[in-house]
Design a binder for this molecule. Structure first.
Ligand code: FAD
Ligand code: DHB
Length: 389
């Protein structure tokens, strides 16, 4: 088998790239080792920056998102029972974010992939990349048979645990990493959200976040210990802890109900650079992870695939390697700023094992400063809605 591009992974990066390349007339095959139900069923991101909204429109898949998604013009920060609002729209000259779950994005991408006959191989086992400095090829097994795909380029869109990053020699790839000493316990419940915008909460007992998927479905997170187990957290314990952390005012809006999803996610800052080696390009979580506090992960996948599709399109249209040569530097410039923001926002809102009396007072001072300073709020707002691409 042959195609111009082999895409490893059918998560947001891989499928968005596949749609963009098809639109540009570039032939691609996506190799995904799980099935559609698994990829679509993972409860992950909830907040789309304007660039992600624009991309869904550009590939002709924005209709349901505009109908069902919730446009948020502001977000709230709570601490010590106090709450203040960051008016993102006013502070950024009109930018907003869209609350539309990653599961919905994936459903739209998969439905359209069927209609448009994108080539996706599900259940691809033991995917291996060969001769990535070119001419490259990919091998895998499915249905008990061995397969081979020859291509011009490989897009490694296979997430943090994928195989692509490992195909770059160790002496070329540089890793930067911080693993945070806590996790996020997330709950989904079929109850109306606590407020009509998100609430990021710093509390002595740890971070809490009130988010949502729709007017009738809430998504909540609380900071938890890394050794906590889901079984330790009954719904009742979760709701009690959430309400304590949110404080009386925000907790008054919490509607309790049975959870239908509960999971613990570790937090990590990670960047692997460069994002290109020979004919192999990394995109999305395969190259970088942010702690989820700033809602940046999926949005970084979006900017990566925009840059990468432009570079590949330019190569076939003009036979120029300028875009390809610049891809890693261009993507990383945006990645590092989002890494910085996510790291900063995590530090501001979480309780660390070494958060002593002075660190706590400094956090509270910074939160007070943000509440009082339009300049500080503008910095937060312009990062939250997403820096330009
Ligand atoms: P992935 O989603 O990891 O997809 C990779 C795909 O590759 C998967 O389908 C996997 O099955 C496949 N794959 C892996 N290995 C192989 C292999 N060897 N062969 C073939 N296929 C393979 N981001 C935001 O922007 N906003 C948020 O609000 C937000 N909240 C989050 C909350 C949580 C709890 C979590 C965990 C994440 C959150 N994120 C958020 C991050 C976001 O979900 C990820 O950044 C995003 O999924 C990255 O997409 P990706 O396609 O690069 O990687
Ligand atoms: C959600 C996740 C985030 O990490 C975040 O910052 C905001 C919202 C969510 O899943 O709804």
């Amino acid at each position: 088998m042959r195609s111009q591009v082999a895409i490893i992974g059918a998560g947001p990066s891989g499928l968005l790239l596949a749609h963009l390349l098809q639109q540009a007339g570039v032939d691609a095959v996506v190799l995904e080792h799980r099935d559609r139900e698994y990829v679509e069923g993972r409860v992950r991101a909830g907040v789309l920056e304007q660039i992600a909204v624009d991309l869904m429109d550009r590939i002709g898949l924005g209709a349901r998102m505009h109908r069902e998604g919730l446009v948020h013009e502001g977000t709230n920060i709570a601490h010590e029972g106090e709450m203040f609002r960051i008016d993102m729209k006013a502070l950024t000259g009109g930018s907003t974010v869209m609350v539309y779950g990653q599961q919905e994005v994936m459903k739209d991408l998969f439905d359209a992939a069927e209609d448009r006959q994108l080539k996706i191989v599900f259940g691809a086992e033991d995917v291996q990349l060969h001769d990535v400095t070119g001419p490259p090829y990919v091998t895998w097994r499915s249905g008990g048979e061995a397969h081979r795909l020859d291509c011009d380029f490989i897009a490694g869109c296979d997430g943090y645990h994928g195989v692509s990053r490992g195909s770059i020699p160790e002496d070329v790839l540089r890793h930067y990493e911080r693993v945070y000493p806590f996790g996020w316990l997330g709950v989904l419940a079929e109850v109306p959200p606590a407020a009509h915008e998100l609430i990021y909460c710093n509390h002595e007992r740890g971070f809490a976040l009130a988010s949502m998927r729709s007017q009738t479905r809430s998504r909540y997170y609380i900071q938890c210990r890394l050794d906590d187990r889901i079984e330790d957290w009954s719904d009742e314990r979760f709701w009690d802890e959430l309400c304590v952390r949110l404080g009386d005012k925000a907790a008054a809006g919490v509607v309790r109900g049975p959870s239908f999803e509960k999971s613990i996610a570790p937090l990590r800052s990670f960047v692997a650079e460069p994002m290109r080696y020979g004919k192999l390009f990394l995109a999305g979580d395969a190259a970088h992870i942010v702690p989820p506090t700033g809602a940046k992960g999926l949005n970084l996948a979006v900017s990566d695939v925009i840059f990468l599709s432009e570079a590949i399109e330019e190569f076939y249209r003009e036979r120029s390697t300028a875009g390809i040569d610049h891809y890693s530097a261009r993507a990383l410039a945006r990645v590092w700023k989002a890494e910085r923001f996510s790291w900063w926002f995590t530090g501001l809102t979480h309780r660390f094992p070494d958060t002593g009396a002075i660190e706590r007072r400094l956090q509270v001072a910074e939160l007070d400063y943000i509440r009082e300073s339009k300049a500080a709020q503008t910095v937060l707002a312009e990062n939250y809605v997403g820096l330009p691409i």
